[in-house]
Design a protein around this ligand. Structure first.
Ligand code: ZN
Length: 139
């Protein structure tokens, strides 16, 4: 069995951002030389997510509005976590809602995704360097 590990780095300009990372993950599979196996992609930070959904701008605005309804950034003083001096309690909650990782099958050397499935990095407390782990195992 072969395995391959790579870290993808991000530094978003805004606090919240969704980035399509599908092609970056596909490049990792190409470098791994693995034809049949599994590909794990996970955020290495507790205020960012990796999830799979549609690459459609309206939907991405819907995600942001929905997350802001459930876990609004303001008022910052409304969260116990922020009593520690941090201001990112909402980002921890958003990360938990959107998930930590995805696992995608690798078939014939490609990501075996559904018709509209794309892999996204969800940033909820950005403007600093953060990374995503890509781990591929198989033959
Ligand atoms: Zn925090």
């Amino acid at each position: 069995m072969k395995s391959y590990t790579e870290y993808l780095w991000f530094n978003t300009r805004s606090r919240r951002e969704l980035i399509n990372i599908t092609s970056g993950v596909e490049e990792c599979i190409g470098k791994s030389g693995i034809e049949e196996g599994l590909c794990l992609v996970n955020a290495m930070h507790i205020t960012a997510s990796v999830f799979i959904n549609d690459d459609e701008g309206g939907l991405h605005q819907d995600f942001d509005r929905w997350l802001e309804k459930i876990a609004p950034q303001e008022p910052v003083s409304g969260y116990k976590h922020n009593l520690t001096g941090e201001d990112n309690a909402d980002a921890h909650l958003k990360r938990t809602i959107m998930g930590r990782e995805v696992v995608v099958a690798v078939t014939k050397g490609k990501l075996d995704l559904g018709p509209w499935e794309q892999i996204f990095y969800g940033e909820f407390d950005g403007r600093r360097r953060k990374r995503v782990l890509v781990k591929i195992i198989g033959e």
